[in-house]
Design a protein around this ligand. Structure first.
Ligand SMILES: [Zn+2]
Length: 247
């Protein structure tokens, strides 16, 4: 699943098209079936925003397209008039100068309002860490910390990789009930996550300490890193049982 920072990078690539009227087409039949091209063809693209794990493209007339890329989806942008595309993009948005293409879906649709039910985007300028901590406190205190931080209704933008890294940084186990974590500890992991994801938007991802490093030594204490399924969606958590507090 793409993390919040990779969606922010995709949004930045698409920004040159903002303010332009687009010609839209869908060479790929699965893309065509979404009806997105027909709905946006000839409209001005007013804004592109990464909200949590969704990219929202807002067109004139209140038409919004929601794109959730998961693992396989990609947005590419290039100057118009290059060689023909190899393969069939789901969606092409063309302006006189630019050509943006969306590949492999897998979620490309006219917005049904679901994005508005997401929690605050950790990377948004308007989001404060204090507000996110207060919102996370609404969760059942018995829920596991890792599960709560992945819950996009509480805070949007943290995926599996960043979850593992922020909790290692904050020395907290993903299996700790959230009720046993202090506001300071929560604020600390969220602040580190926000700052690191912002740096990653600018192109600097920190080296991974634990994510997909099961069995290898913890960079802090040398204990082998563990991995196990976590929460309702059974995502894989990675953590060091020696230097991260909790079960
Ligand atoms: Zn350790």
């Amino acid at each position: 699943m793409p993390e919040g920072d990779s969606l922010h990078r995709a949004a930045a690539r698409l920004r040159p098209l903002v303010g332009e009227r687009v010609e839209a087409s869908s060479p790929n039949p699965r893309g065509l079936a979404t009806n997105v091209a027909r709905a946006v063809d000839g409209r001005v693209l007013e804004s592109v925003e990464a909200v949590g794990k969704h990219l929202l493209l807002c067109f004139e007339g209140g038409v919004t397209v929601r794109s959730h890329l998961r693992m396989s989806g990609r947005w590419r942008v290039r100057e118009r008039g290059g060689p023909a595309w190899r393969g069939r993009p789901w969606l092409i948005l063309a302006t006189p100068r630019w050509e943006a293409t969306q590949w492999n879906g897998p979620v490309l649709k006219l917005d049904d309002g679901r994005a508005s039910r997401l929690g605050p985007d950790l990377l948004a300028d308007a989001t404060t860490v204090e507000a996110v901590v207060a919102r996370v406190r609404r969760a059942d205190p018995a829920r596991l910390l890792g599960d709560v931080l992945l819950d996009q209704r509480l805070v949007a933008g943290i995926g599996n990789m960043w979850l593992a890294e922020v909790l290692w940084q904050g020395r907290l186990s993903p299996f700790l009930p959230v009720g046993r974590v202090t506001d300071d500890e929560l604020g600390g992991v969220l602040r580190w996550g926000r700052d690191s994801m912002r740096a990653a938007v600018a192109g600097a991802r920190p080296p991974r300490a634990v994510y997909r490093r099961a069995g290898r030594p913890c960079p802090r204490c040398g204990t082998p890193i563990l991995s196990r399924g976590l929460g309702e969606l059974n995502r894989t958590a990675y953590w060091c049982a020696s230097c991260q507090r909790g079960p």
